[in-house]
Design a protein around this ligand. Sequence first.
Ligand code: 13P
Ligand code: SF4
Length: 309
Amino acid sequence: PPALTAIQEEILALKKERNAVILAHNYQIESIQQVADYVGDSLGLSYQAQAAEADVILFCGVHFMAETAKIVNPGRTVLLPDLDAGCSLSDSCPADRLAAYKAEHPEVYVVAYINCSAGVKALSDVICTSGNAMKIVNQVPADRPILFVPDQNLGQWVSQQTGRTMQLWPGSCYAHVQFTTAAIEKIRLQFPDAPVVAHPECVQAVRDLADEVCSTELMVKFAKETPAERIIVVTESGMLHRLQKDVPHKTFIAGPTNTCACNDCRFMKMNTIEKVRDALKNMAPAIDVPESVRTAALTPIQRMLDWSK
Ligand code: 13P
Ligand code: SF4
């Protein structure tokens, strides 16, 4: 393993002092991934958060992820390095608009992608992630019409995979919709032997040209199993660190957009190594969820964790 910097050493010492566990999403910068106890996708992080026994969970990801950790494990102090680390997808479905829709369509069964606020989770019947969406949708009672929120791209993909018709909330991830077929076709010409793996938040045209569409964690599995030596990775750029660490002998090529050689999520990148240190030092910013919202949001999350086993 690479030698740690002074600030990383400081974080590890503070982590011990505070009895903290550091959970990091695959999109975090490399120096944060290096000090984390666990690095993974939204699904793996949810299980880790629920099982955490440390006094403090320092969640290096975006707000809805830290909020989910607090919902499933309220006895811990949950810290997020930057409270402004939000998510455009989560923002595209405000709880009051979902409540208004449900009032007009009381028969709908709401399947919510985990990229949403606690308020939206509290109004949902079951949660899913990109890693278990098919499994979850397949278990929704057949006589209920499904409303899928907030990602129309993931929703459309799951609907195509399961054959289940769903009403789709018109939300999307600002970062993943920047990938275009033109940009991916161009890099494919440069690396004709490299399969393309894409996140389901990408638009349909991009998903259609990919060899594999999956969650960030399943990308690691794909990279290990494919005979290919080089892989084009169409998702947020932090993923490349995770892949390179777990599959060091292969080459990973960042999927480009029309304007950029790789693609950062500006929210994920708000967390810096300094902010991680400061969060442990100051025991702030901490995530709080009102108890009534928390208990209402826990029901569909727990349903997901049970259905997903
Ligand atoms: P994963 O659960 O696949 O890691 O996705 C999380 C996310 O925010 C994708 O943009
Ligand atoms: Fe949200 Fe997209 Fe960033 Fe994921 S990559 S946290 S969906 S804005």
